[in-house]
Design a protein around this ligand. Structure first.
Ligand SMILES: Nc1ncnc2c1ncn2[C@@H]1O[C@H](COP(=O)(O)OP(=O)(O)OP(=O)(O)O)[C@@H](O)[C@H]1O
Length: 536
C-alpha cells in the first residue's frame, strides 16, 4: 500500500461504526468464497453520495463479486454491507434500496422489445409509475440524454449491435432513478465516443447527487474523473486513493504490488519497422469487397509479419471486415482470400475455410461468439486444438494440456481447476482463455475483434508481446480495437473504416491518437481539412 492512500487493510475504519450521512455504501470486512476459491478475503470501503468511486484490480481480484454482493445477487459469507436503509438480501431488495447495476455481461431478454427489456423486473421506486405514454416519454428522454437521439422502443433487442444492447442496460438502470449506480465494465462494449458519452452522463449524475461506482480496466480514463478509487488485490482492499492521488502508476503499483509500470497503450517497444510492401505476396487479400450492397468497394492486402489495426466509429464496417476474414459473415460482394502456410490461396466464405487457411479468431463478445458455457475451462481452450492434436483418431489430451499450461503462464490466467466450468472464471480470465486458445494453434493469421475488453492491463501487455512475437515469426495480424492507444507502437498500419468501407490506411508516424481519431471522423491521413472522397 502506498503511504498516501487514505485507507487500507490495517485501517481501524474496518470495524468502526460509520455515522457519515453522505456514505451511501458501507462495506466492512466482507468475505466470499466459491468452493475453494476465495473471491473476497476481507474487503472494506465506503462510497459517498455525489461521488464517482472506482473499484480497480487485476482480473479475478474480486471486483464483480463485490458489485454483486452490493447488488444483492450473492450474500456475503461474513462481514457487512450497509446501504442507507438496509442490507440488500436480493436483487429486488437492492433495487428498492436505490441500487441499479449494469452487470459486466450484457444481460437482455432475447426475442423481446427494447421497451419490455427496460421495464423487466423493475421495482425501482419510479420505474413502473405512470401511464404508458409517460413511460415512453421517459424512455425517449433517457436515450436522448445518453445517445443524443431516441431509440425505437418497439425494436427487438436481438437486432441491436452489442454497443446498443449495452446502452439499453444502462438506460434500464437509469430509469429506476437510483441513488447508487454500479457500472461493472460498462464501457467495455462501447467505442471511444460511446465511452466518452457515458462518462459525460456519469459526471451529470454525480452532480445531481448520485453515487456512481465504476468497475473498469480502462484506468487511464479514471484518472480524469474518479473522485476516489479503491484498489483490490486478491480479494482484499489495499487502499483508497483520492483526487490527484489517482494516477495510472499509483493504481498499477497498488494493483500488482509491483513498481514496474507499463507505458501508454501498447507502446512498450519502439515502433516496429514498416513491413515492405510489394515485395511479398499478400497473405490476406480483400479484392473489390463491398461489406453491404451499395457500400463503396475496397481492396486491402496484408502481408506476412504485418500487424494491421482496424478501427472506425461504432458500426462503420470495421467489424464486417474482421468477420469476413474469419469466415463468420461473408462480404456482400468481392472476394477475400487467405494464403495458408504452404502458400495456397484459399477463398474465405465460411468459418471452415478460415480454419483450413490457418486463421485464428479471437472474439470480443465471449458470450455470443466465444465460450461454451457447459464445458470446462480446458475443453473450451482445447476446442480448435482437438482438430490438430489427433493421432489415429485419438485426441492427444497431453498436448492440449501442455499448450494450456503454456498459455496460462503467458497470460497469467487465474483459476483453480482447469476442469471447472468456464463460467466459474472471472470475465477477464474467460477472455484470456479465448486469447490463449487462438494463439496456441500457431496460426498463420490472427484476427482479433476487440479482444482486450475487460482484460487487465498486464494481460493486455502480454497479448501485445505475443502479437509482436507472432509477427516476428511471420504471422499476419488483423487487430480490431475500440481503443486507439492499443495501436500505438504495435501496428505497422491502421485501416480506418467509414460508411462500411475502407476510408484510409495510416502508417508510421501517421499512427497517433489524434491522427487516427481525425481519420475516423473523415479527415484523410489524420490531417484536419483534408477530406477524402470515399472509394477514391
Ligand atoms: N460463480 C462463481 N463460481 C466460482 N468461482 C467464481 C464465481 N464467480 C467468481 N468466481 C471466482 O472468484 C474470483 C473473483 O472473481 P471476480 O469475477 O469477482 O473478479 P473480477 O475482479 O471482477 O475479475 P475481472 O476483472 O476478470 O472481471 C475469481 O477467481 C473467479 O474465478
Amino acid at each position: 500500500m502506498t503511504a498516501e492512500a487514505t485507507s487500507g487493510p490495517q485501517d481501524a475504519s474496518k470495524t468502526a461504526r460509520n455515522d457519515n450521512v453522505d456514505d451511501v455504501i458501507c462495506v466492512r470486512d466482507v468475505r466470499k468464497a466459491f468452493g475453494d476459491t476465495k473471491a473476497l478475503q476481507g474487503c472494506s470501503f465506503t462510497a459517498r453520495r455525489g461521488e464517482v468511486h472506482a473499484i480497480v484490480g487485476e482480473n479475478g481480484s474480486g471486483k464483480s463479486t463485490l458489485a454483486k454482493i452490493i447488488s444483492g445477487v450473492f450474500p456475503a459469507d461474513s462481514g457487512t454491507v450497509e446501504l442507507q436503509g438496509g442490507t440488500p438480501s436480493s436483487p429486488a431488495h437492492a433495487r428498492t434500496l436505490g441500487v441499479a447495476t449494469v452487470f459486466q455481461e450484457v444481460l437482455l431478454a432475447e426475442g423481446m422489445t427494447v421497451f419490455d427489456n427496460l421495464f423487466i423486473g423493475a421495482e425501482g421506486p419510479r420505474t413502473r409509475k405512470g401511464p404508458r405514454a409517460e413511460q415512453l416519454r421517459r424512455v425517449a428522454a433517457v436515450f436522448t440524454e445518453l445517445l443524443g437521439e431516441a431509440l425505437d422502443p418497439y425494436g427487438l433487442v436481438d437486432d441491436l449491435p452489442l454497443s446498443m444492447r449495452q446502452w439499453v442496460t444502462i438506460a434500464r438502470a437509469l430509469l429506476s432513478e437510483p441513488r447508487v449506480l454500479i457500472l461493472d465494465e460498462s464501457t467495455a462494449a462501447l467505442d471511444h465516443s460511446g465511452a466518452e458519452r457515458l462518462y459525460e452522463a456519469v459526471v451529470r449524475l454525480k452532480a445531481a447527487g448520485m453515487c456512481v461506482l465504476i468497475v473498469t480496466h480502462r484506468i487511464e480514463e479514471l484518472t480524469r474523473f474518479a473522485d476516489r478509487a479503491t484498489v483490490l488485490r486478491n480479494g482484499v482492499d489495499v487502499g483508497t486513493l483520492e483526487g490527484p492521488q489517482i494516477t495510472q502508476n499509483r493504481l498499477l503499483e497498488m494493483m500488482t504490488g509491483d513498481t514496474a509500470h507499463f507505458g501508454e497503450g501498447a507502446a512498450t517497444a519502439a515502433l516496429p519497422p514498416p513491413v515492405p510492401q510489394g515485395e511479398r505476396a499478400p497473405v490476406v487479400r480483400a479484392s473489390g469487397v463491398r461489406l453491404r450492397h451499395g457500400a463503396a468497394p475496397f481492396d486491402l492486402d496484408v502481408t506476412d509479419g504485418e500487424i494491421v489495426g482496424v478501427i472506425g466509429l461504432d458500426g462503420q464496417g470495421q467489424a464486417g471486415l474482421i468477420q469476413a476474414v474469419a469466415g463468420i459473415r461473408p462480404a456482400a460482394e468481392g472476394t477475400i482470400t487467405v494464403a495458408d502456410r504452404k502458400g495456397n490461396e484459399l477463398r474465405i466464405t465460411r468459418q471452415k475455410d478460415a480454419a483450413d487457411a490457418g486463421v485464428a479468431y479471437i472474439p470480443g463478445d465471449r458470450k455470443l461468439e466465444g465460450t461454451f458455457p457447459n464445458l470446462s475451462i480446458l475443453e473450451n481452450f482445447g476446442m480448435p486444438l482437438f482438430r490438430t492434436q489427433r493421432s489415429g483418431g485419438v485426441i492427444r489430451f497431453g498436448a492440449v494440456q501442455k499448450a494450456f499450461e503454456e498459455q496460462r503462464a503467458a497470460l497469467s490466467i487465474r483459476l483453480n481447476r482447469p476442469s471447472a466450468p468456464i463460467g466459474t472464471l472471472s470475465g477477464g480470465n474467460q477472455q484470456k482463455v479465448l486469447i490463449g486458445r487462438a494463439l496456441a494453434a500457431d496460426p498463420g493469421v490472427v484476427v482479433l475483434n476487440d479482444p482486450t475488453r475487460g482484460v487487465d492491463i498486464s494481460a493486455k501487455h502480454s497479448l501485445y508481446d505475443l502479437l509482436r512475437r507472432l509477427s516476428s515469426q511471420g504471422s499476419t495480424v488483423l487487430f480490431l480495437s475500440s481503443e486507439i492507444v492499443e495501436f500505438i507502437g504495435l501496428c505497422h498500419r491502421v485501416a480506418v473504416f467509414r460508411d462500411d468501407s475502407l476510408f484510409t490506411t495510416l502508417q508510421g508516424e501517421q499512427i497517433t491518437v489524434d491522427g487516427v481519431l481525425a481519420a475516423m471522423f473523415g479527415q484523410a491521413d489524420g490531417i484536419p481539412g483534408k477530406e477524402k472522397e470515399l472509394g477514391s
